[in-house]
Design a protein around this ligand. Structure first.
Ligand SMILES: Cc1cc2nc3c(=O)[nH]c(=O)nc-3n(C[C@H](O)[C@H](O)[C@H](O)COP(=O)(O)OP(=O)(O)OC[C@H]3O[C@@H](n4cnc5c(N)ncnc54)[C@H](O)[C@@H]3O)c2cc1C
Ligand SMILES: NC(=O)c1ccc[n+]([C@@H]2O[C@H](COP(=O)([O-])OP(=O)(O)OC[C@H]3O[C@@H](n4cnc5c(N)ncnc54)[C@H](OP(=O)(O)O)[C@@H]3O)[C@@H](O)[C@H]2O)c1
Length: 436
């Protein structure tokens, strides 16, 4: 009898898990990849920045996995809504949870909930056209914006804010979002690190790209670029050197300005109903390496604060979850009997796409060594009895074709994202399109 496995989530972790199951299994295996959205690829579609087209092309590799005869895509099926853990354990021999990290971490400072204080998760979803966020969600009407955090997501957000709409028009950014980017009033972007250049989480390649922006001058204060001593890894040395070289550059009058700041922590987002400023405190490291305030403050007159301080996983109903690590507790991917985990849900929201491949391979080694069996029912019968008709791989391809056709109509690049579940389901003939 073949091994039937449900993989929940079709991001890189889910698809690499499906691939590893097919490649590593000595016997026959059938894998269903269940996904809450009608579209696969998780953050590759709704996270990777639209102007990073070469990284986005990893979707071509992931597509080949979905086309393997042993693998099925079941879109529009949410664990916790259409199906429960008990349903999956009845219908499959094993279940692998790969639902990533979908919400933002909080900073825990006053003013965080004011209008104009925005989680990077929402902003990224907005420019990526995620169906959870409407294209009219953001209006870029503030001349000054602060981006908190100096990781790669912050760099993506800064780049999208700094570029012109023309620079982004050949990307897959939804047309309504592009129109709002074209109306942007943003002139100054402040990117804020609570520690020094040597502690920044962004990678050298991504940092260098900021220095090549045609539409923005990049500025670093000489005193904040200073790094004392230390034998740093090559990447960190590279970051320090790039930031130091920027501190010697004078602005040349480009329309926008990016200030990369260090040793400042946000203490309060100011405003009564909406963001009117950001109060920062200068920091230093204590003897034991903690970030501590020096009692010296400054206020930035920003109308928008983008909090890019990391993503966070959410608990899945019926699945163990640690509120300390915000991950699913596991040993080499094993959660409980016949239940496994991979990707960001397993190890937290760090690491690039490729990191999920070795991570998934480890989980699959554990799973195959356990040789789990226990299915007693059919998922097709269960879904059909509930009136759930999953979005198939062919449906997804029809959505892709509609996006390519929209791009041709608009004269924009290879693909323009369809926005909203209804538009996507209409594109694959699953619902009747609303009259214009
Ligand atoms: C903004 C951003 C940009 C990034 N850019 C890059 C980059 O340029 N290069 C790079 O190498 N890495 C990048 N990364 C990192 C990379 O995206 C992650 O390493 C990777 O996506 C994690 O994979 P995952 O499968 O664990 O999670 P995800 O990619 O988040 O996939 C999780 C999937 O599970 C689905 N799901 C969630 N809940 C349920 C449920 N209850 N039922 C069914 N399905 C569910 C989601 O819809 C999603 O499709 C970026 C990350 C972010 C946040
Ligand atoms: N192009 C790419 O390859 C790419 C693009 C996007 C994302 N990614 C990957 O995706 C993962 C997630 O990226 P990320 O940027 O979300 O997370 P990240 O790399 O963990 O960076 C988070 C940033 O937020 C800061 N921060 C956290 N809490 C804070 C607080 N309370 N106040 C102020 N600052 C705070 C952190 O500073 P401290 O260091 O001081 O905690 C850090 O600078 C990373 O592994 C990243 O490399 C890759």
């Amino acid at each position: 009898m073949s091994l039937r496995v449900a993989v929940v989530g079709s991001g890189p972790a889910g698809i690499y898990t499906a691939e590893a199951l097919v490649k590593q299994s000595a016997g026959p295996v059938e894998v269903d990849v269940l996904e809450r959205l009608p579209t696969p690829y998780g953050l590759v579609r709704y996270g990777v920045a639209p102007d990073h087209t070469s990284i986005k092309s990893i979707a071509n590799y992931l597509q080949r996995v979905l086309e393997l005869p042993q693998v099925r895509f079941l879109g529009g099926v949410t664990l916790g809504s259409e199906v429960s853990v008990d349903d999956l354990l009845a219908c499959y021999d094993a279940v692998v949870y790969c639902t990533g990290a979908m919400v933002d971490r909080r900073m825990g400072i006053p003013g965080e909930d004011l209008v104009g204080s925005v989680a990077a998760t929402d902003f990224v979803n907005w420019y990526c056209g995620h169906p959870d966020v409407s294209p009219d969600r953001f209006t870029l009407d503030s001349p000054e914006v602060a981006v908190i955090g100096v990781g790669n997501v912050a760099v993506d957000v800064v780049r999208v804010l700094a570029k012109t709409a023309e620079e982004l028009s050949s990307t897959d950014v939804p047309d309504d979002v592009l129109a709002r980017l074209a109306d942007s009033q943003v002139k100054a972007i402040h990117m804020i690190g609570r520690r020094g250049p040597e502690h920044a989480k962004f990678t050298l390649k991504e940092l260098r790209e900021l220095g090549e922006l045609a539409n923005a001058d990049v500025c670093v204060r000489p005193d904040e670029a200073v790094v004392l001593g230390g034998d740093f890894p090559r990447q960190v040395k590279g970051n320090i050197e790039v930031l130091r070289s920027w501190s010697e550059r004078a602005p040349v009058g480009r329309p926008r300005r990016l200030d990369v700041r260090f040793w400042l922590r946000p203490v309060e987002i100011l405003g009564t109903t909406r963001v009117e400023g950001l109060r920062l405190e200068r920091t230093r490291l204590s003897q034991d390496g903690r970030v501590v305030g020096t009692g010296e403050f400054e206020t930035l007159p920003v109308g928008m604060v983008l909090r890019s301080v990391g993503y966070q996983s959410v608990a899945l109903p019926g699945v163990p979850f640690s509120s300390e690590t915000m991950t699913v507790p596991n040993v080499e991917g094993r959660v409980r009997d016949r239940e496994y985990v991979a990707g960001w849900l397993k190890r937290g929201p760090t690491g690039v796409i490729g990191t999920n491949k070795s991570d998934a391979a480890e989980t699959v080694r554990t799973l195959l060594a356990d040789d789990p069996h226990g299915r007693v029912a059919s998922i097709d019968e269960l879904l059909s009895a509930r009136g759930v008709r999953p979005v198939t791989y062919e449906d997804w391809r029809a959505i892709e074709q509609a996006e390519a056709s929209l791009a041709r109509t608009l004269g924009r690049g290879e693909r323009v994202k369809l926005v909203g579940l209804e538009a996507m389901l209409a594109a694959c003939g699953r619902v009747t399109p609303a009259p214009p």
